[in-house]
Each structure stands twice: as structure tokens, then as C-alpha cells.
Design a protein around this ligand. Sequence first.
Ligand SMILES: [Zn+2]
Length: 153
Amino acid sequence: MTESLVHSVNWNIDYKVNLGRAWSRFLVSLRDDRVILGTTCGSCDKTYVPPQAYCEACYEPMDAWVEVPPTGTLEAATIAQHAFQGGPPAPYAIGAIALDGTDTLFIHLISGIDLSDQENARTLLRRGTRVRAVWSQERTGSIRDIDHFAPVG
Ligand SMILES: [Zn+2]
């Protein structure tokens, strides 16, 4: 059996990235209007959130923008037990959300759940739970302009 080595690694790199037209328009809309935008493919009719410049299914350019409601259905979720630099303190929940009227899953934080109550957390984080976006008080043009999604109903 080959020995498996483990090294400690610390990445702390400051850099800037151009977000491009689709992500920039998406984030400006979150910041200025509290509106979630997606793009719809004119060929296969799929709607993407976050928006994509090209359809991943048929590779067609997409320039049809649609407003998407801030509600959706939880398709999957997990509870993170370790914090990451720049992220929320652990434990926290992450969900894959099918926003209403879209064909993709939007990954975001799920809050408003007492994670210390495991039975309650399991119930609220199961597939099919309806969720709604909760907006940040201060919006800066980032994905965290939606602070989190919370269960509704
Ligand atoms: Zn398409």
C-alpha cells in the first residue's frame, strides 16, 4: 500500500476578477432593484439562474432576460460543520434551490432554521421545502445581497 501524505496548505490570495456581462447585470439587479434575473435560451427554452451568456444544453447565445420570483423549492441541502474564510460561522446550511420558473439550481445559504434541533432541521431542509429570498439591508453588488433563503409556509 502506498503511503498517503498530507500537507497543510494555506491559500490567502487577493485578486480581482471581471465578472462579465451576465453576472454583472445579475448582481446589479440584486443590488439596485432587489430583483433576481435569469436568462432564457431562445432555442431550448431553458431558464438559467444565475444567468448564463450561453446555454449549457445547446450552446446558443442567450440574451433574453427574465425576472424570476424570489421563491423556490429546495431540491437538496447540507449542513456545513466547518467555516471557510470569508463565510458564515459554522454550522450553517446550504441549499440547492429550484427558483420558480427556472430550470437550474441556485446554490445559496438557508437560514431561519435552528440547526441545534436536528429533527426540526432535517424536516425543514428536506427536498420540497418552499423557500423565499431574504434581502440584505446593505447591498453591494454581490451574491450576498440575498442574505439567505428561509423556509416559508
Ligand atoms: Zn438552449
